[in-house]
Design a protein around this ligand. Structure first.
Ligand code: NAP
Length: 458
């Protein structure tokens, strides 16, 4: 047992209910050295973070990880407090006052910008917003995207770029079997785009796609994938590339070797182009790219260099998918450039008893499983700090841990507990059943609360 704590369980508030929050909760609850109680706080009425509102709806196997989170939430020493905004309903200080430790797993809640002229024209949007919209995140459900043109352009060569290109090009019948938000399903029914161009600033070998996502494109979209053979031609020194890059290049070369018939709907993957300017009279009409060459630095890092050549591409929709970015938590240190909270193995620098895990700790990289190791490292640090006394226990015997829920209800009468979330989950699943869909999402907070709090009058 930690020093001076008697049999009082260690109490930890986990802020954020995405993968890293749940993996942190699991690491705490599954260890046997110290009895622990975990309260998970979530701003939304629903848990699961990006598994609910980031992972593409046509990737149900990835979303299936939510059953792991449901099992963690069923632990007797776990409580879920949804619809609580830290900073609004309760302060950061009030949490540190009531728990031995507070672990922030709040992800990267905003997007990176391109910083080019025309970026704010209507029709130039963030992929983060588009993803939130098609996934039914309440903050984005009201957005409108004009999908009426011939060509869309997605900036960035990562998995989010592939996700949005795939959703834009997917046959409607395929999307209709998923848990995509109904408003997005309806808008995509009328999508007239014939080409979605995904554009990387560096070369094909530097793209951040994972192999499975690259490979599934033709099957999932039932469209061709267009790759310029010159952009994926063999280069000297390829044997030194990683296995993943070699596999990806193989797939891209396969696409390049099969030119598409003119007019066939396509996802076009293009490389060595940086966006310079988005132009249009009152809305997006075209985008100008600089054509790049590659330069290898002394450290081996490959950068894109402007050749001076320009290319103008007509388009009505530009989605920037150039990465997520973390937001500052007032009172905690923040690295503005990287968008992370500075930390050592998850222990926030310069403060006591506060920790971070996931994207706010290490930046927006990796797949869902990456967060398991990341959260375990943070929890390891937290437990070591407590065990060796370098961080003093705060909660004492007799402290009213069980009264936290009533304290919270005083601040947020519309508190959503695990039981409330289960009502939402059951209602969504049963509305999906008749259409063979995993669920039909409720996307308006008031409607979610009606179900969670059983407010609806039959
Ligand atoms: P990402 O993998 O970091 O890709 C961002 C892309 O944007 C990179 O190609 C980057 O190019 C480019 N970029 C950055 N700044 C740019 C600029 N100013 N102009 C032009 N291009 C720019 O980020 P992401 O796609 O947002 O994905 C985030 C994480 O989630 C990744 O780890 C990803 O694998 C994961 N994810 C996984 C899945 C899945 O497993 N199915 C789905 C979605 C997301 P440079 O390399 O040149 O910087």
């Amino acid at each position: 047992m930690p020093q001076g704590s008697g049999t009082v369980p260690l109490t930890v508030a986990v802020v954020g209910s995405g993968p890293s929050g749940f993996y942190a909760a699991a690491s705490l609850l599954e260890q046997n050295d110290v009895p622990v109680r975990v309260d998970m706080y979530e701003r939304l009425a629903t848990p699961w973070g990006l598994v609910r509102s980031g992972v593409a709806p046509d990737h149900p196997k990835i979303k299936a990880v939510s059953s792991v989170y449901a099992a963690i939430a069923a632990h007797e020493n776990f409580r879920f407090f949804g619809n609580v905004d830290i900073g609004r309903h309760v302060t950061r200080e009030e949490l540190t006052e009531r728990y031995d430790a507070v672990l922030y797993a709040v992800g990267a809640q905003t997007d990176r910008r391109l910083g080019i002229p025309g970026e704010d024209l209507p029709g130039s949007e963030s992929a983060v917003d588009f993803v939130g919209w098609y996934n039914g995140h309440p903050d984005y459900a009201h957005l409108k995207f004009d999908l009426s043109g011939d060509r869309g352009v997605v900036i960035g060569a990562g998995n989010v770029a592939l996700d949005v290109a795939r959703i834009l090009c997917s046959p409607h019948e395929r999307l209709a079997r998923t848990d995509i938000a109904d408003h997005a399903l309806e808008a995509l029914r009328h999508c007239s785009l014939r080409e979605v161009m995904v554009v990387g600033r560096r070369g094909a070998a530097q793209a951040a796609f994972t192999t499975a996502e690259l490979k599934e494109l033709p099957e999932f979209t039932e469209s061709g994938v267009d790759v310029d053979p010159a952009e994926v031609a063999e280069q000297p020194g390829e044997e030194a590339l990683s296995r993943l890059v070699k596999r990806n290049l193989g797939i891209l070369r396969g696409y390049a070797a099969n030119p598409l018939p003119a007019g066939e709907r396509r996802v076009a993957l293009r490389f060595l182009r940086s966006p310079l300017e988005i132009r249009g009279d009152g809305r997006v009409e075209e985008i100008v790219f600089a054509r790049n060459a590659l330069k290898v630095g002394e450290d081996g890092w490959v950068t894109a260099v402007d050749t001076g050549e320009r290319e103008t591409v007509p388009t009505s929709l530009v989605l920037r998918a150039v990465g997520y970015k973390g937001r500052e938590i007032p009172g905690l240190p923040f690295d503005e450039r990287r968008g992370v909270i500075p930390n050592t193995n998850g222990r926030v620098e310069g403060v006591e008893r506060e920790y971070v895990a996931g994207w706010i700790k290490r930046g927006p990289t990796g797949i869902i499983g990456t967060n398991k190791k990341c959260a375990a490292e943070t929890v390891g640090q937290l437990l070591t700090d407590i065990a060796d006394g370098s961080v003093a226990r705060h909660v004492r015997a007799g402290d009213p841990f069980d009264e936290i829920e009533s304290w919270l209800r005083g601040r947020q009468p519309h508190l959503v507990t695990e039981a409330g979330w289960r009502l939402i989950d059951a209602a969504e699943r049963s509305s999906g059943e008749p259409a063979g869909r995993p669920r039909v999402k409720l996307v308006i907070t008031e409607e979610l609360l009606d179900v969670a709090l059983e407010r609806r009058i039959a």
